[in-house]
Write a protein that binds this ligand. Structure first.
Ligand code: FES
Length: 359
């Protein structure tokens, strides 16, 4: 029989490899006795390394095993969810996403917790010290570099030939300014162009795509919606990026105070189609709720109430365009928008003041 030191610092006697039969009630082993399960209150420290005591190690082991078991079950649930919950419509897709996301989250969370408990409660603890090397270069090396640099400077004649030195500096100075010249390639400054669109008094509203002018009397079914562009700019993508409209016909009783009624014609309202969040086309219209929805980040606007924001990240309503009819009964603009269209970052400083002045 031989004895081996263990991390616990206990001299562990080698057990005979044949099974032993115990007759009667075994005598309880005392603390520190070989094979004891009695609790040791303090962690065991051996040569500066702290080991967990036997009882808390067993407890931690059970906790980690339980967490890994949860991971296993959640992973099985993930696979089962993938098979059971088929997508097809929005509701079934939501259920599938919920089941997949929920089970995967639980699996990853339990796995991470298990690993953390394992490391913190079961692994030995000791201080690791990494020595830093001195950052400064050796003084001899620095001296040598200095000497080489001075030798190079002397050999170049940079100090000796004044004319060369001065003309070199003269030649190098404009090079530093070149990036400023290249800034010009970024194009002209936008000026106030972002605050205005091509709409002006008398511009006819045309149906996007067909280019047909819109007779107000023909656009008479409440709930109808059209995508509209300004006459003369049907193919000007720069202009259309700001000027495209949606036109909606309401029942008079549907309109709420947020809508400027004197900017409508026969309960037909025109709003900018450019979402005030980051500029996607907000053209999904839900007829029963009168909601305009932007598909990019789900900003939702109440079309009956001045297109005010009722949901989502947009910070302000879709601007309303004043409209009327010309002598032939076609819908026309009464003016440009009175606020900048599109993302809110366009609406700054002077533009806001200008808008307030016009209001
Ligand atoms: S661009 Fe419309 S919600 Fe973001």
């Amino acid at each position: 029989m031989s004895e081996h030191p263990t991390p616990n610092g206990v001299q562990d006697a080698e057990e005979p490899r044949v099974p032993r039969r115990v007759i009667g009630t075994p005598v309880k082993a005392g603390p520190g006795t070989l094979g004891t399960t009695a609790p040791a209150e303090e962690p065991i420290v051996h040569e500066g390394v702290e080991y967990p005591d036997e009882r808390s190690a067993r407890k931690a082991e059970r906790v980690v095993a339980l967490l890994f078991l949860v991971t296993f079950l959640a992973t099985v649930a993930f696979i089962a969810s993938y098979v059971v919950f088929q997508v097809g419509d929005i509701e079934r897709t939501q259920v599938s996403n919920l089941a997949l996301g929920g089970s995967l989250s639980v699996a990853l969370l339990a796995l991470a917790c298990g690993v953390v408990v394992w490391v913190r409660r079961l692994m030995p603890k000791y201080n690791l010290i990494q020595q830093r090397h001195a950052m400064a270069t050796d003084p001899d090396v620095r001296q040598e570099v200095n000497a080489i640099f001075l030798q190079g400077a002397n050999e170049s004649g940079f100090v000796k030939y004044k004319l060369l030195r001065r003309t070199l500096l003269l030649a190098a100075a404009p090079l530093g300014l070149l990036p400023l010249v290249l800034l010009k390639d970024m194009g002209p400054l936008p000026g106030t162009s972002l605050r205005h669109t091509v709409w002006k008094k008398g511009t006819r509203l045309l149906v996007e795509g067909s280019g047909q002018p819109i007779r107000a009397a023909d656009f008479n079914s409440p709930g109808g919606i059209l995508s509209v562009v300004p006459e003369g700019h049907e193919h000007d993508l720069n202009a259309l990026a700001k000027a495209t409209l949606i036109l909606i016909k309401f029942r008079p009783e549907d309109l709420k105070p947020g809508t400027k009624l004197n900017w409508t014609h026969d309960s037909i309202v025109a709003y900018s189609k450019i979402c005030t969040h980051v500029g996607c086309p907000a053209a999904l219209y839900e007829q029963t709720t009168h909601h305009i929805l932007c598909p990019c980040h789900q900003s939702t606007f109440d079309a009956t109430d001045g297109a005010k924001v009722i949901f989502g990240p947009a910070a302000r309503p879709l601007p309303q365009l004043p409209i009327g009819v010309d002598g032939e009964g076609y819908l026309i603009a009464q003016s440009d928008f009175n606020v900048p269209v599109g993302p809110s970052f366009w609406e700054r400083g002077d533009a806001e003041a200008e808008a307030r002045g016009q209001a």
